[in-house]
Ligand binder design. Structure first.
Ligand code: SF4
Ligand code: SF4
Length: 378
């Protein structure tokens, strides 16, 4: 098999250069359980410290890519965190809007109507935020563009049209663990989060879950969430029809009894690499037009797609900002490891080593794992 390194020709020298680069990451620490006002003020201070104003031109359409939180989830980035930042963007003369793309699994965000209503239910409506919410891939996720890339897994990726065609991308990520990728932060927010539903499906194509009959409690929750009706009850236990299942992995996160498992060996790495290639496709034409914020607040073992409240796995640490999605993910991992006194994400998901997404994103030329941390407000 041709390795990625062998495929890196002259066109990727930029990636080599980036690998040797030390990116700046700004960090605003917070107390445990900070007030919303404190987080909002620090978000603004990070915007100012990083001088994100410098990438904005009057009239720019600014996509603020985030995750509005599945119904009953409580970990998502709160609307109140964003008010001063949105005011600063408006003062700069640009046109910000909040956005995400539709999900693969059923839930409350798999089409734009439900997705908008869920965003509004969590407080992201225009009357509260002063800006619109636009679901970037159309009501049934058919509004996407094939972006050519030179990846190992993909030669083109399906990116939601509105994210692709915005002038500037603000990436607002909540750092969490993830059952398939180990870590969910900026790379995942961009890569999985900007993909159309078909693009999300393409990324999950290697995932093949199976149900442990002896553990299944027949609660039927996985049946409700499977987007293609691949699960049914057989002799009183859930069973997956492999001829229908396309590996979205949502059932694994849905089952609260641990009855659905995936043999992640070799699978998580491929999933993470595909995700990194999607992220690259979303940002490769926005290299100097991207600003990332990552919230290390109420960090949970699973992501905000989970439709229930989850306990935090570590005390709150702070907020990060960077122009570099790879560097900000590395800094998130490192700061949380320092707070936990262990490699938190690897400890939670050793079978899904998160390093795969960071390595691959760096190799693709998206950014650098080397960074300089600049703490503000000390
Ligand atoms: S969610 Fe888990 S316990 Fe419930 S039916 Fe599915 S496999 Fe069984
Ligand atoms: S059975 Fe397959 S398609 Fe259905 S939720 Fe699970 S992984 Fe996705």
């Amino acid at each position: 098999m041709v390795t990625l390194e062998e495929r890196l020709d002259g066109t990727r020298l930029e990636g080599e250069e980036l690998r040797n680069k030390v990116s700046k990451v700004w960090f605003a620490p917070v107390e445990d359980n900070p007030s919303k006002e404190d987080v909002a003020q620090k978000t603004l201070e990070l915007y100012q410290a990083a001088n994100f104003r410098s990438i904005l031109e009057e009239g720019d359409l600014v996509a603020m890519k985030m995750h509005f939180g599945e119904k009953n989830n409580t970990g998502y980035i709160k609307p109140d965190y964003l008010h001063p930042l949105i005011k600063a963007l408006k003062d700069a003369g640009v046109k910000p809007y909040l956005t995400d793309a539709n999900t693969l699994y059923r839930g409350e965000r798999s089409n734009s109507v439900d997705h908008l209503m869920q965003a509004y239910a969590h407080g992201f409506g225009p009357e509260n935020m002063g800006i619109p919410v636009i679901i970037a891939d159309g009501i049934r996720s058919k509004s996407y563009e094939e972006v050519p890339i030179d990846g190992v897994h993909f030669k083109s990726v399906k990116i939601a049209n509105d994210i692709l065609h915005s002038d500037v991308l603000f990436v607002l990520s909540h750092a969490t663990g993830h059952g398939g990728t180990g870590l969910g932060a900026a790379i995942k927010n961009i890569g999985m989060g900007s993909a159309s539903r078909s693009g999300k499906q393409n990324q999950h194509s290697d995932v093949k879950p199976r149900i442990l009959r002896e553990v299944c409690r027949a609660c039927r929750l996985c049946i409700k969430w499977c987007p293609v009706d691949a699960i049914s009850m057989v002799d009183g236990k859930a069973e997956i029809d492999e001829s229908i299942c396309y590996g979205c992995a949502e059932c694994t996160a849905t089952c609260q009894f641990g009855a659905i498992e995936v043999n992640w060996e070799g699978t998580s790495r491929a999933l993470q690499e595909k995700m990194a290639e999607y992220a690259w496709g979303a940002v490769k034409d926005k290299r100097d037009k991207i600003a990332c914020f990552t919230y290390l607040i109420h960090v949970t073992k699973l992501c905000d797609c989970i439709g229930r409240a989850q306990p935090a796995v570590i005390r709150d640490v702070g907020i990060l900002a960077s122009y570099d999605p790879v560097a900000i993910d590395q800094a998130a991992v490192d700061l949380l490891a320092e707070a936990a006194n262990k490699d938190l994400f690897y400890d939670m998901w050793p079978e899904n080593d998160y390093n795969a997404q960071l390595d691959h994103a760096e190799r693709m030329g998206m950014g650098s794992r080397r960074y300089e941390l600049i703490t503000i407000g000390d």
